[in-house]
Each structure stands twice: as structure tokens, then as C-alpha cells.
Design a protein around this ligand. Structure first.
Ligand SMILES: [Ca+2]
Ligand SMILES: [Ca+2]
Length: 388
């Protein structure tokens, strides 16, 4: 046996590295050479892999930055987000307490009995998505008489959005002094529930109406009690202008309210079209017995010409079927050029992406709230029943 200091061994080892095919090579040396070689190849492979991965990620990130939702009304200026789920749209946790701040304005016109709420900009919003950003928009309404809810545009991938939008609420002076303005900042997610970032509540009895109010306020933790959750519904919309076909696919609903004593409901979905605010056409899905999370995947196609599509409203409502008594409405929403917020966004995405199905989740609202915003007149008589 030899030791480390053995001079013959050292020279033998160096000979082996210089001439690996030397005869009489000790077994330990062969193993060492093989081991060293394998390690070298492994390190090279690892380096190549890491480099490839980094490149892929960079490309993805760049692509993400390029897509933005900028909804400037209905004049075709919209850019739709992808139908594929957004990897950044994953909840990120809300451990951090800093929610950011909001610049808003208030102005009341006694002559017109109208309150104007301005949503100017937000700063240092809390990041809700994986990429360390959010997709903020602001919802504005007045309580206790929640007549209408307004929403700003969505700004993608930013924590410092500049909204510069104004919303008018008709309200008498006496009601004004008993009311509170609620401004809630949300993070938009195409395929999951929108997360609330924070909110501001301004009691209007405390406001000095001799001046226009414009101020920055830190966002507070949202009050949980008020949100009435009626569940969510997912459907896709597709419009083919050349053929004049509108296709609505009712995909699924979740977290619906229980309407029956059993603690469940028997939900079905009504798909209704109105033309110039008059009831026009309607279809229904099948009834899913005893379910609060029904899956439908049922498709409905309507003839709607290009001239009509701008004058159409689509009303989607969820009903609980009852064998013995009247069916109850469980929730409702409407889309179209008269819609606002999330609903208008989906409709505009459909119009700006002809022939492509666009799917999206929506929070259901109470039937009363939708009916007060969209008042539909009597049904349009069928052509065959007309006297000419
Ligand atoms: Ca988001
Ligand atoms: Ca029922």
C-alpha cells in the first residue's frame, strides 16, 4: 500500500493523466478519471439548462408587459387580455398591512341634486399578484341606498395607476347628509375572484360642501359585513359579424345561494337578449338538481346582425327551480353597451375579438339592482304575429 507522500505514486499519477492508455494503470486512478469526467459533463449540462430557463422567463415577462387592458369605451380601442389563465393572477397573500393611498374628489351640485365623485389616482398599492404587481380598478357606490355601482378602467401590472375618472350620482341634499361614499380598490383577475386591496369610506355629513374636496387618504382594511355574495358565473361570448351570430356558452357557476330547505338549490340559467331595451329572445339551460356549483357547458346561438349588436343587451340570470312554487331568482347581471365595469369589459373584449370565444367569470348581482339599472320594456312582437 502507498501513502500520499510516496514520490513514485505521484509520478505514476501524472503519467496516467498524460497517457491514459498506459498499461498497468491502478484501478483507483481509472475510477478517479471517470468520476472527474462525468462531473464535468454534468456541470456543463446544468449550465446550459439554467441559461435556457432564464431566457424563457425573460421572454414571458416581456410579453406580459406588452398586454394591457385599456378600455376607452366601445369604439374598438380595447385590447383584450389573453383567454389563457394569467400566471400572475394568482393570490399572493395579504400579510403586508400597507394597502396604499387614493386621491379622490367630491363635489355636490345642489341645483342638479348631483354628487360627483372623482377617482384621480392611487399610490403604492399593495401587490396582489405573483409578479409583485396588481391590476387595479376602483368601484364607487353610495350607501345605504346602493342605487348604482360605478367602476373605473382596469390598469394592468401597476401599483401607481392614474385613473382620472368621474362618476355622477343623483342624490337629494337631505339624503346626501345621511349617506356614505364607498371607494374600493380591487385587483382584477380574469380567471379568479377579484381581490379587494383596500377601501375608503367618506361620511358625507362631515364634508364641507362650500369647497371642492380633493385629498389623499390611506386605504383601510375593507369592511366584510356589507358584501352580499350571490355567487359567480362563468360564460364565454363569441360574435361573428359576417354571419351575424352571437354565441353564449354557459360554462359553470359556483358558490350560489341555497334556496331550498335542503341547503341546496336547483339552478338553471336564463339567457335573454334585449334590443333597444325591449325583451327580444330568450333561452334556458337544463336544471341541475341539488347543486350550488353547477356545471353546464351549454351553448346558445342567436341571430344578431352587425347593425343590431350595438343596440343589444344580454341578460344572464340564475334561477332556482321549484316543482311546487314559483321559481326564485338567485342572481343576475347584464352585458352590452349600457353595462359598466367588468361586464362592459367582457362585452368590449368580445367585439374587439371577432370569431374568438372570450370566457370570463362574473359576480352575480341582485335582480333588483340589475332591474333598476336596466329597465326593459315589453317584448318585441314576433314578425309572424305582426299584422303586415
Ligand atoms: Ca391580478
Ligand atoms: Ca328548488
Amino acid at each position: 500500500m502507498f501513502t500520499h507522500t510516496d514520490p513514485t505514486l505521484l509520478s505514476e499519477a501524472s503519467m496516467l493523466f498524460a497517457y491514459p492508455s498506459c498499461r498497468g494503470m491502478p484501478r483507483w486512478a481509472i475510477y478517479t478519471i471517470f468520476a472527474a469526467g462525468a462531473l464535468l459533463i454534468l456541470i456543463c449540462c446544468l449550465c446550459i439548462c439554467v441559461k435556457c430557463c432564464c431566457k424563457g422567463n425573460k421572454k414571458k415577462k416581456k410579453k406580459k408587459k406588452d398586454e394591457k387592458i385599456n378600455l376607452n369605451g366601445m369604439n374598438g380601442k380595447t385590447t383584450a387580455a389573453l383567454v389563457q389563465p394569467d400566471v400572475t393572477d394568482v393570490d399572493y397573500g395579504t400579510a403586508k398591512k400597507e394597502r396604499g393611498k387614493l386621491l379622490y374628489s367630491l363635489d355636490y351640485s345642489a341645483a342638479q341634486s348631483e354628487l360627483t365623485v372623482g377617482i384621480k389616482q392611487a399610490n403604492n398599492l399593495m401587490a396582489m399578484d405573483l409578479g409583485g404587481t396588481s391590476d387595479p380598478y376602483v368601484k364607487v357606490y353610495i350607501i345605504p341606498d346602493k342605487i348604482k355601482t360605478c367602476e373605473t378602467k382596469v390598469f394592468r401590472h401597476t401599483l401607481n395607476p392614474v385613473f382620472n375618472e368621474q362618476f355622477n350620482f343623483p342624490i337629494s341634499k337631505s339624503t346626501l347628509l345621511k349617506s356614505t361614499v364607498v371607494m374600493q380598490v380591487f385587483d382584477f383577475n380574469r380567471f379568479s375572484k377579484h381581490n379587494i386591496i383596500g377601501e375608503l369610506r367618506v361620511e358625507l355629513s362631515n364634508v364641507d360642501w362650500n369647497h371642492v374636496i380633493e385629498e389623499w387618504k390611506p386605504l383601510a382594511e375593507p369592511a366584510k359585513f356589507e358584501e352580499e355574495n350571490l355567487g359567480e358565473i362563468c360564460f364565454s361570448l363569441r360574435y361573428v359579424p359576417t354571419a351575424g351570430k352571437l354565441t353564449v356558452v354557459i360554462l359553470e357557476a359556483k358558490n350560489l345561494k341555497s334556496m331550498d330547505i335542503s341547503g341546496n338549490s336547483d339552478p338553471y340559467v336564463k339567457v335573454q337578449l334585449a334590443l333597444d331595451k325591449r325583451k327580444w329572445k330568450k333561452r334556458k339551460t337544463s336544471i341541475k338538481k341539488n347543486s350550488l356549483n353547477p356545471y353546464y357547458n351549454e351553448s346558445f346561438t342567436f341571430d344578431v346582425s352587425f347593425d343590431q349588436i350595438q343596440r343589444v343587451n344580454l341578460v344572464i340570470s340564475v334561477w332556482d327551480h321549484d316543482a311546487m312554487t314559483r321559481n326564485d331568482a338567485m342572481g343576475k347581471i347584464f352585458l352590452g353597451c349600457d353595462a359598466s365595469g367588468n361586464q362592459l369589459r367582457h362585452w368590449a373584449d368580445m367585439l374587439s375579438n371577432p370569431r374568438r370565444p372570450i370566457a370570463q367569470w362574473h359576480n352575480l348581482l341582485s335582480a333588483e339592482q340589475v332591474n333598476s339599472t336596466l329597465t326593459l320594456k315589453k317584448k318585441i312582437p314576433l314578425v309572424s304575429k305582426m299584422p303586415f
